[in-house]
Design a protein around this ligand. Sequence first.
Ligand code: ARG
Ligand code: ZN
Length: 874
Amino acid sequence: VAIRLEDYASAPYRIDTVDLDIQLNPRAATITARLAISRQDGTPEGTDLVLDGDALELFGLAIDGLPLTQDRYTVTPDKLTLNEVPTHPFVLEIVTRINPDANTELMGLYRSSGTYCTQCEAEGFRCITYFLDRPDVLSVYTTRIEARKGEAPVLLGNGNLIQSGDLPGTDRHFAVWHDPHPKPSYLFAMVAGDLAHVADTFVTSSGREVDLKIYVEHGRENRCAWAMDSLKRSMKWDEEVFGCEYDLDIFNIVAVSDFNMGAMENKGLNIFNDKYVLADPETATDQDYANIEAVIAHEYFHNWTGNRITCRDWFQLCLKEGLTVFRDQEFSSNMRSRPVKRISDVRLLKSHQFPEDAGPLAHPVRPRKYTEINNFYTATVYEKGAEVVRMLKTLLGPDGFRKGMDLYFERHDGEATTIEAFLACFSEATSTDLGQFARWYEQAGTPQVDVKSQYNAASGDLTLEINQMISPLPGQPSSDPSVIPLRFGLIGPNGDDMPPSSVTGAKVQGDVLILEDKTQSVTFSGLPSKPVLSLLRGFSAPVQLEAHQSADDLLFLARQDCDPFNRWQALQTRATQDLISLAAKAVANQPLKADPQLVDAFGDVLTNEDLDPAFRALALQLPSEADLARDTGMNVDPDAISAARSTLRKALGSAHANAFKSAMSNRPTGTFSPDAANAGQRALANQALGYYAASGENDIEAVLTNAFDRADNMTDLIAALTLLVHDGLPSAEQRLEAFRKRHEDTSLAMDKWFMVQATAALADGLERVKALTAHPLFDFANPNRVRSLVHAFATGNPTQFARIDGSGFEFVADNVIAIDQRNPQVASRLLTCFRSWRAYEKTRSAHAEAQLLRISSAEKLSRDSRDIVERCLQ
Ligand code: ARG
Ligand code: ZN
């Protein structure tokens, strides 16, 4: 059944305090919950109290110490209903028992490598005890945890440790944690296990000393330094940039190896997928370091945007996620290169969010209905949600934005609130009407902005005819115009911006046009010569722009634009045009030849020493096959796209072989450092290595094996291995074996070993992946391992996944069905790789549809997977 935003009603009862007693045993954990419950104002006496559960078994029930007779309640695994609810405040005591070892869904309380841990967002607390498991019920939690001392010497909860000790005469001990900040149940957490830790401290701006600890499995302590450093920088940054100070004496992070998502912001006790904590040069790439910095920051920033101010209901998920992603992006931009970070973020948005927004799983940033909330932790809610906050800042300016944020923190601290309340803060703080802007939260689909321009030499006017629209989507046949901040520049022949003397036809704020209508005619006056248009600088709005620019203009922008983002974008746009036309030729069996001017333009980027190496590495990266499929629209043939892409790669590699050869040996010297400058240098060297591998020179294999053998860090090692394997070179097998021997005890490194093979677009790619599912180190129970093999295959190996005989789809469908039995969240996420199935040419789309139908008729299917498969087929 669908849950709808318009049906929201506040909870009839409040739960002011929650006292939990958790007795841990691997196969039987007993939870006693004492809930201080009272009627909300306005709730009629005698209203039933209905608590959520999920597969629970009830072992005891009492009100104010008196056991309840059978006639006072009804109970099922999913619901506990009390009738004759006392009219006065009372304490409800509930005893449940669960089996952490048997919990393969990794929701609620489970064990990962022997460590007890929890995941309660969105609706996992109800797997632990019956509760009003909704984010607008805020309670003060006290948690007593008891376990066998040998099994779990470390006992952690939310907030502060207030008591601990041994239980005399037993082998057990306990700890009591108290969190003074009222919070929703999804922020509850506990951890118990035999863990090592590293410790540090942070002194907040008002002088509070905070103990920082990161807990990991024994032997991994020396891989926590980067995460700890990132945490301290995040704490400082949030004080400086948003005025947000930490509010407890302790901040704990625990890294576990079996985790459905990236990490979780539980109050004072963040729990992380260990891939976003553990790093050393031997086992982590530069990208891993950057991800750790971003995710540590993200979870820490949730303390204010998510925890102190939380969501009224799950429709408001973007209130905390979009805003917190925006904050972590800003943090990384300040720590690293802002343009490089912006380009990376936009690449991610376009490759993940745009396809989502264009297919059957499209939904507004704030959805209006859902059947399974876990399926809405999407690129739209997170990444597009962050873009919407970024546009708010563009429209209101940095000061206006900060005023709005200050008012939001001041007015809503301690509340569970909504997008309307959030926008009202900005509107009031800056006296701006944000009524139309709110559509960004309400309408699905990427606006397409079409711009035609005409220059009148006699008058010196440049006129733009601008049109915006969103293609019809399931459930959204039509749409209304959005407010689009379009940052622009008009570039003169010498490469400098030419300021117009006036602009008519649209509001302008500095260098931003503010579009509000479906069609608009904008005139720039006083231009002595015809400018080259640079539109959507910095990607100022999450739209698909079609500016009808000539190849010459695009290559001019790629060389001259003062906006680094558009410089990158112009070359990408030109490459995309060329690649799409090459792919069309491949379909028609015509000879393929890359545009020589484009090949030159890439060469210029490679050798332009004025550009940051990290920027050059990104600019040299061709649009991915998925990007090209998206821009192709319908009738997608992945083999043709792949042929087009390798044609351009080879053309680039052979035209600039010498330049690539020298760039690939220009690597940082001295001890390894993951900072942006060093990482950028490695990125450029490895990008160059990749092009050299496509050059056709006869020493390629020697160059690659040498790069592998000499690599002294994971970034360089995996780059060389990837090229050896993906190019199907004979020495690949030996090097894979060498990598395995070196890293087989480090599962995060072995994830990369699986992923390299999963993404090899070789003729027998699918067979290799199938064989790897039987490898002794493959494990269906470990989400990271499943993602690095099966998910990586489905998303990172487009030609093998979409094999013309349908066998790639069939393999992934088999895995969805099998994994769904054990872990619905991992299965339904994997299933989303079918979302663009209608865009394939007809043979492939028929195969994909057949597999979706087979999944949909599987005997038992979780609500998670059922929801995705039905929306895909609708
Ligand atoms: N709130 C977490 C984060 O973004 C993610 C939780 C994901 N939960 C889920 N059910 N998928 O930081
Ligand atoms: Zn988050």
